[in-house]
Design a binder for this molecule. Structure first.
Ligand SMILES: CC(=O)SCCNC(=O)CCNC(=O)[C@H](O)C(C)(C)COP(=O)(O)OP(=O)(O)OC[C@H]1O[C@@H](n2cnc3c(N)ncnc32)[C@H](O)[C@@H]1OP(=O)(O)O
Ligand SMILES: O=C([O-])CC(=O)C(=O)O
Length: 372
């Protein structure tokens, strides 16, 4: 009886959505290289690709963008919840509850799973931006359906239209985070969906898993680390001490990539440009030095920067506060979660592994008044 605690190298389904080559550091969605998609595509086009399995024609893309944009507004009950919830909550908890409320509002509407996926994906940026602004006592900025997904997200967040570089950087970051095969949060979604529960419950499961610092919250932990380091000259000593104390370098290491994560490579370039534009180049330089020192110390073990290493710098530069970073990750990964759920349900099987019992059996029940 072999125990496989982390389910390493266990295949739970076949997929034609995402392929990762962890040795060479390559990632493909539906057969297209992440390098091409990041440079040439948009959030909407890559979502279409992931959900429908092929790139859209111009008219299909126009129609799809319109459909996504029409779903941005939130039900009154969710706006009300966002206004009333405590302002110091973890934004992932707020987002998780808001998505759960979406399930209540949906009330088993007879739409396809894809319709529901589109509606949830369209609304998540509104939830994030509203909570961000309510926390800062700013007026809410309602969604505009004449803007692209990334433009509208930044418009609702910051209250003004983003520049072309800001729009591009967010589009790229969202594309990079969209899917990643059988990661922990996607698997959590599948466990829920495999019981034939509803899609909102499955996504609540995904958000819960992505919230952890070993997964989607490593981005905010990495940025906090750069801020704590403070100066480039402090990097080496800080990292050595951290490793001595058995603490991990956040945004480093990956279960599948044993080389540089291609998404980190792409994000690094954009992080450099956007931090310079926003006067945050010192933080970028600290990150770059952490990368050098980290690779020197851990590279031989196959531990390199992952997607969460530079994404925090990008999100921070765009106006998101560190505890919101995992919610931005969610806003993209929801496309992958829903696509993977739909693919799994085409040939569903209840997910139910086993645990090896190592306790005693056959013990005598002693009534409470006789126990010492
Ligand atoms: C979107 C994402 O989810 S990407 C991942 C985001 N998470 C992080 O960045 C958190 C930091 N990284 C980590 O904790 C890990 O690299 C994980 C959990 C992501 C993957 O690691 P796993 O494949 O499970 O490797 P595991 O945890 O078994 O570590 C193997 C060895 O590498 C070391 N190691 C792994 N990551 C790191 C790191 N970031 N810093 C220092 N050492 C590390 C471990 O200490 C362990 O060392 P040992 O063999 O001497 O005990
Ligand atoms: O694949 C994983 O294990 C983690 C993940 O979600 C990612 O890297 O995007």
């Amino acid at each position: 009886m072999e125990i496989n605690k982390g389910l390493e190298n266990v295949y739970v389904k076949e997929t034609s959505i995402t392929y990762i080559d962890g040795e060479l550091g390559r990632l493909y969605y539906r057969g297209y290289s992440i390098f091409d998609l990041a440079e040439l595509s948009s959030f909407e086009e890559t979502s279409y690709l992931i959900w429908y399995g092929k790139l859209p024609t111009q008219s299909q893309l126009d129609e799809f963008k319109k459909r996504l944009a029409e779903h941005r507004e939130l039900p009154a009950s969710i706006v009300d919840f966002l206004k009333k919830v405590r302002k110091d909550a973890n934004p992932m908890d707020v987002l998780r509850t808001a998505v759960s409320m979406m399930g209540i509002e949906d009330n088993n509407k007879s739409e396809s799973l894809l319709d529901k996926a589109i509606s949830i994906t369209a609304k998540i940026p509104t939830i994030i931006s509203y909570y961000h602004r309510l926390r800062k006592n700013l007026d809410l900025v309602e969604p505009r359906n004449d803007l692209s997904h990334a433009e509208n997200f930044l418009y609702m967040l910051n209250g003004n239209l983003p520049s072309e570089i800001e729009r591009k950087v967010l589009d790229v970051a969202l594309i990079l985070h969209m899917d990643h095969e059988m990661n922990a949060s996607t698997f959590a979604c599948l466990v829920v969906a495999s019981t034939l529960s509803d899609i909102y419950s499955a996504i609540v499961g995904g958000i819960s898993a992505l919230k952890g610092p070993l997964h989607g919250a490593a981005n905010s932990e990495a940025l906090k680390m750069f801020i704590e380091i403070g100066r480039v000259e402090n990097v080496e000593e800080y990292i050595l001490k951290r490793l001595e104390n058995k603490q991990r370098i956040m945004g480093f290491g990956h279960r599948i990539y044993k080389t540089y994560d291609p998404r980190a490579l792409i994000l690094k370039k954009y992080a450099k440009d956007i931090t310079r534009l926003k006067g945050l180049e010192e933080l970028y330089k600290i990150a770059e030095r952490v990368e050098q020192v980290g690779i020197k110390l851990l590279g031989s073990k196959g531990i390199y920067p992952n997607v969460d290493f530079y994404s925090g710098l990008v999100f921070y530069s765009l106006g998101f506060e560190p505890d919101f970073f995992p919610t931005v990750f969610t806003s993209a990964r929801v496309v992958g979660w829903t696509a993977q759920i739909m693919e799994y349900l085409q040939d569903n099987r209840l997910i139910r592994p086993k645990a090896k019992y190592v306790g005693e059996i056959g013990k005598t029940y002693v009534p409470i008044h006789n126990r010492s």
